[in-house]
Write a protein that binds this ligand. Sequence first.
Ligand code: AHR
Length: 497
Amino acid sequence: DDETPTIAVHPTRKVSQINPNIYAGFTEHMGRCIYGGIYDPGNPLSDENGFRKDVVDALKELNIPTVRYPGGNFCATYHWLDGVGPKDQRPSRPELAWLGTETNQFGTDEFMKWCETVGTEPYLCFNFGTGTLDEALAWVEYCNGTGNTYYANMRRKNGREEPYKVKYWALGNEVWGPWQVEQMTKEAYAHKALQWAKALKLLDPSLVLILCGQDGTASWDYYTLKQCLVPAHSALSTSAVPLIDMHSIHMYTSSNEHLPNATAPLAAERAIEITSALIDLARVENKVPPSQPRPTICFDEWNVWDPIRAEGSLGAEESYTLSDALAVAIWLNVFIRKSRDVGMACIAQTVNVISPLMTTKEGIIKQTTWWPLYLFSRFMRGWTVSAHVSCGVYEGETAPGWLRSAMDTPWLDVSASIGEDGFVSLVVVNIHEKRGFETKMEGVRGSVDVYTVTGEGVQSNNMKGQEEVSIRESKWDGGDHYEFPKHSMTLMRWKAE
Ligand code: AHR
């Protein structure tokens, strides 16, 4: 533990391209995410569409490429037709995921308009509970149809001539969960997912279809991949069109103690490795030709979340600490290190519900976890490059432990990238509560911009009326040693030679 740590960055060793979609978001009809979050008609802070302008502006700063919608668990009883057409004719319905009433005042066209306002792409999730394949096909036709057909014309009648060109579609959400309205066995799900995928790809081969996985390590994941990663359907125009394009996995981490809390996201790294191996295995076993693109992982729900400690309705209004911000920084380090395998990652969620961004009637609050997300999205783009850390390890409890057995947990968690502009960015998360680490730096050159996220203590929190955690900017001359302060995230940025 007393040895001087070393961090070595190799900007010329590109590991893989970073998909911008790892900075995707998620908005569900849950709690105050849609109603009172992104949509708040009548509030002076909202525009003529009822969209909160302060929320839109904040999300523009985050530069979110894609947003998942309308759930989550909400999807399992959602009928999209309820949410289109004249607002005064839309039905209110009992909502069975969160046991409220869905007024349907915000639906497909509102979401599409909101995405255009924010400058992001939509990702929609089909109803695999009470929904039918006909309904799913109709939704795709409504969004993407260009011909003189019934649902494409319905969209035109509702005021939108051009197709929305929605690319990303999920084949259900957490359908394995006992909390779902219609929980399914893996056998029943795989059968239905394959059937739907064939029909959907016949309607529109350009769709990116996302299979519903569990945490990537379950027998559900292996079985559904084995059944669904099959050679392309013969009726499809080209054998390069796979039925399934991505496999979705979900994980939430948390602990009441700082170190298990901050290190828990490392379990996701192991889950990504296992999922990736299962994808390869299924393809080999099914003799999928190598010319058929290999599915990537869609980590479409991730975050720090403990529904017990969270306040507000549904245990969803998390109040985040500095410890949580460091956990989010490690989550994002994981996605950078695993950029080869992760095609999309959606923080769950984008506003008010388990979110870095909160609204009140009077404005917004950026939680502690906003700042790592902001720095990553701004700078960690382009390619992952090789970075090595050698330092002491934390040997205590982690959560969830079952995926951690084979891995070290260094005090300094590291990832690095190089952008199109030739700038290298290095993120170092020091999880230690009491110790800064004077670190030998290799491969860092010239004049370095430094962004540090930290606060007084690991319990610092921005929800108590003050911004206790934010970014401090400084310069460093790129010498041999740098001290990473206790409980902090540091992003360094310099021009490659
Ligand atoms: O993000 C909150 C909920 O968590 C989602 O609706 C569900 O998919 C998950 O269990």
